[in-house]
Design a protein around this ligand. Structure first.
Ligand SMILES: Cc1ncc(COP(=O)(O)O)c(C=O)c1O
Length: 377
């Protein structure tokens, strides 16, 4: 830190120059992120509430009310009006909280959690922190976990089963209905990681798979407004069907304006809750349905192009994520990056992964298709 301060205008000018060195959503070339350009109202709401601390709700009761209303809207969308939870920093914290609650509730000496092989790496972090043994169940040809493999891993140490509604790598939706039955029959907590899919699947035009609290075995759900919800970063969400489960997360907070907290972070952004509240209210289900429809239509367009250009699709996309292969896929991915296309290369499937988020317009999808054609030659 310098001894003397600098003129704020100069500081901001410098920041604006620095910011230009980041990738910009507006170029339409970010095709590897599950976040997107937040809805314009998210920024305004965030700015209005940027001083609010949800870790000290006695000082910010109005923001706490906004959080409550945001959670209630999510609970309603996910088919359990009485579910309770919190706006947290993201999917990682939400998944960590779900496993923490399950571990504390079950009190097993050697806790284990059953995960799909496709589970997000946040569960690896959670298992490390919580000293839970992860047990991985294999996937089928569509990259969905096999329910009978899940069932075969259940034993007296199992504290929870996890499934994913919209996997980070391929957007795959596990057979959550079957796993819900397994969890219920064995009286085991069942956490659904819908960090990505939770704000898409309810808005799919047809044949939405069941993935939420309407399945009686589902006990908790991660759903992130900062992904397809178009809220500001960081805005994650965790919901529990049973309010009693929250007691397993309770920590006393002796010197604050409230006597307890339930989340990992102490100081917690009220601006995040306000941004989600604002986008939910501005868009409504109709607004989200339109956005999801556009993302799916652009995905379909690109998948058609992938097919026409002779690339090999890894599997039929379920959401706005697809993956493909070619000869020397890794080299091809590097070529695309050099041309400014931000795509992911997934080594374990040797494929290129594309996420078609709301900032991708048809004109961008067309430009990407042209780039694929040019670079393939
Ligand atoms: C399915 C899934 N779970 C969890 C996460 C982790 O979320 P975050 O990066 O917000 O912590 C992601 C991130 O993309 C995800 O796709």
């Amino acid at each position: 830190m310098h001894q003397k301060g600098t003129n704020p205008k100069k500081v901001l000018d410098e920041l604006r120059i620095i910011q230009k060195h980041n990738q910009q959503y507006e170029t339409g070339k970010i095709l590897c992120s599950m976040c997107t350009k937040p809805h314009p109202i998210a920024k305004k709401a965030y700015t209005l509430f940027f001083e609010s601390n949800l870790g000290d709700t006695g000082l910010f009761p109005a923001t706490a009310q906004l959080e409550q209303e945001t959670i209630t809207q999510l609970a309603d969308l996910l088919n359990c009006k009485t579910a309770e939870g919190f706006i947290v920093s993201g999917g990682t914290e939400a998944n960590l909280l779900a496993l923490t609650a399950a571990r504390n509730q079950t009190q097993k000496a050697e806790p284990e959690v059953i995960l799909p092989e496709s589970a997000h790496f946040s569960f690896t972090k959670a298992c490390n922190l919580l000293k839970i043994q992860p047990k991985y169940a294999p996937l089928d040809n569509n990259f969905r976990v096999k329910p009978y493999e899940v069932e075969s891993l259940v034993n007296k140490n199992t504290i929870a089963i996890v499934a994913t509604a919209g996997s980070a790598e391929l957007g795959a939706i596990d057979p959550i209905e079957s796993i819900s039955e397994i969890a219920e029959n064995n009286k085991i907590n069942f956490h659904v990681d819908a960090a990505f899919g939770g704000l898409i699947i309810p808005f799919l035009p047809k044949n939405s798979p069941k993935f939420d609290f309407q399945l009686s075995g589902v006990t908790s759900i991660t759903v992130d407004p900062h992904k397809m919800g178009m809220a500001a970063i960081p805005t994650g969400g965790i919901l529990f069907r049973n309010k009693k489960m929250l007691n397993n997360l309770k920590t006393e907070t002796p010197y604050l304006s409230t006597d307890s907290q339930y989340t990992l972070t102490g100081t917690r952004s009220g601006a995040s809750a306000a941004s989600a509240w604002a986008v939910f209210n501005a868009l409504g289900q109709e607004g989200y349905r339109k956005i999801v429809r556009r993302c799916l239509s652009n995905t379909e367009y690109l998948v058609g192009q992938i097919h026409n250009l002779g690339f090999k699709l890894l599997c039929k996309p379920e959401l706005n994520v697809f993956a493909f292969q070619t000869q020397n896929t890794k080299e091809f991915a590097e070529k695309l990056w050099k041309k400014g296309w931000c795509i992911s290369y997934i080594p374990r499937y040797e494929c290129i992964r594309v996420v078609v988020m709301p900032h991708i317009k048809r004109v961008h999808a067309k430009a990407f298709a042209t780039a694929l054609k040019t670079e393939k030659l």
